[in-house]
Design a protein around this ligand. Structure first.
Ligand SMILES: Cc1cc2nc3c(=O)[nH]c(=O)nc-3n(C[C@H](O)[C@H](O)[C@H](O)COP(=O)(O)OP(=O)(O)OC[C@H]3O[C@@H](n4cnc5c(N)ncnc54)[C@H](O)[C@@H]3O)c2cc1C
Length: 417
């Protein structure tokens, strides 16, 4: 298809940040045809990161987390259909059937279906929750308030954030983590220890190396988790927070290539003509030819939605995004960018103990990832170094008296130009 000449209707499935950004970009880039944005959730596009933070605590409302005012979509002639699921995709006829029974024809279709919370086999019941949407946050908050205690299964980013928020609601909180430390796959042990101490200081009981064997509802209505080694914990409310799986139901049924997300090329095209994918649902090429990844961060999904819209319009832009995200716990914001692994070599600038640092993951003298607390400027700078593949002098990088790059100040710099 030659997108710019044959494009009359763009249908977008999923009204999260990837889908909404794509719709906005199509209009701002001058597309005058029909844009239909379909969302399963009843709410208009909103800021999902608030779900585990201010929305869960009750400090804000779904309305206040809306991405745009109500009138925004109509003013831009974007047909926003909420509370409706796209149930069947016929790529031969280029048509999409909705749960309302309506069928839409498209010239280009974007799948921005995001992710779902991974479930734990055997864990279910009125007290067991997962967290993805504003509706999930409302039910979880109500249960935490009613029962006064929370067991978080999974010490990843969302589990840690919910633990912190539940403490602000006055609940007794226990976190059970399968691995030896919190966030163990993406941060090195020192940072993991710092995060665990943040939780301990806030009276969260953090239990690691927990091989869960059962999760049952007991007589008084609360839930009890038992580990292989005999340890057990009970609480009125349980959050299962063991990762995200891409939402690929439509894509699989339509025969699109799917492998840990909907496989796309550098222009967000799927294996089927006229169908694109972006955001948490998409598996995209990384900086190196042999690398592919699925972003699970807000900014990555937004950048992909924008880039996918450009491709649909026949104006592809080079996509060299270094994924980045953040997590806020007890008022501390941890930022991440690039690929961070627990077993990388890290160069530390600042002090992890003081919760004021930038930790740069370096492979062969080249930064590949960065984690920082309280240093957003460093994060931006290192992110640029990663994108440019700049080599660094590790000793200089660790030395706070040395500028990170020549852009900062004159003199010795840590990164090669
Ligand atoms: C609780 C929580 C906290 C987070 N906090 C942070 C954070 O602090 N920082 C950060 O960087 N990232 C955070 N993230 C991750 C970030 O929110 C996501 O990466 C981002 O929202 C993904 O956007 P998306 O548009 O790809 O998908 P989503 O936001 O998942 O949107 C996809 C939408 O598509 C809809 N949909 C799916 N299938 C269909 C269908 N067949 N028909 C119609 N609609 C459909 C879904 O209902 C959903 O509304 C958080 C995520 C969660 C769940």
């Amino acid at each position: 298809m030659s997108p710019s000449t044959e494009l009359s209707t763009v249908v977008i499935v999923g009204s999260g940040i990837a889908g909404a950004s794509a719709a906005m970009t199509l209009r701002s880039e001058g597309f005058t045809g029909r844009i239909v944005l379909i969302g399963e959730e009843p709410a208009e596009p909103y800021r999902r990161p608030t779900v585990s933070k201010d929305l869960l605590s009750g400090a804000t409302s779904t309305e206040k987390t809306a991405l745009k005012p109500d009138s925004f979509w109509k003013e831009r002639d974007i047909e926003l259909i909420t509370g409706t699921t796209a149930v069947d995709l016929d790529t031969g006829r280029k048509s999409l059937t909705l749960s309302s029974g309506e069928t839409l024809s498209y010239s280009a279709l974007l799948l921005a279906t995001g992710g779902r919370a991974r479930k734990l086999g055997g864990a279910s019941g009125a007290h067991v929750f997962t967290l993805r949407s504003t509706a999930d946050a409302d039910s979880l908050r109500e249960s935490i308030r009613r029962t006064g205690s929370l067991l978080v299964i999974g010490g990843g980013l969302i589990g840690c954030e919910v633990a912190a928020t539940a403490r602000s609601l006055g609940a007794e909180v226990t976190v059970l983590e399968r691995d030896p430390s919190l966030l163990s796959r993406i941060v090195p042990p020192e940072i993991s220890t710092m995060i665990a101490s943040l939780h301990s200081e806030n009276d969260v009981d953090v239990c690691t190396d927990v091989a869960l064997s059962s999760l049952d509802v007991i007589d008084d209505g609360s839930a009890r988790a038992t580990a292989d080694d005999g340890r057990s914990w009970s609480a009125g409310t349980v959050l299962v927070s063991v990762g995200t799986v891409p939402e690929v139901t439509l894509a699989v049924a339509a025969g699109l290539r799917v492998h840990n997300g909907i496989t796309v090329d550098g222009q967000f095209r799927t294996s089927t003509d006229g169908v694109y994918a972006a955001g948490d649902a998409a598996n995209i090429p990384g900086a190196r030819d042999d690398e592919r990844y699925r972003s699970e961060h807000w900014n990555g999904a937004q950048a992909q939605g924008i880039a996918a819209a450009h491709s649909i319009l026949g104006k592809p832009m080079p996509f060299t995004d270094v994924p980045w995200g953040w997590s806020t716990q007890y008022g501390h914001t941890v930022q991440f960018a690039g690929a961070t692994r627990f077993d990388d070599d890290y160069v530390i600038r600042g002090s992890i103990a003081d919760r004021d640092f930038t930790a740069v993951a370096v492979r062969k003298d080249t930064p590949v990832g960065v984690i920082s607390v309280g240093r957003p400027k460093d994060l931006r700078t290192v992110r640029t170094m990663i994108a440019q593949g700049r080599r660094v002098d590790c000793a200089a990088l660790a030395d706070e008296s040395v500028a990170l790059t020549a852009d900062e100040r004159e003199g010795r710099v840590a990164a090669a130009r």
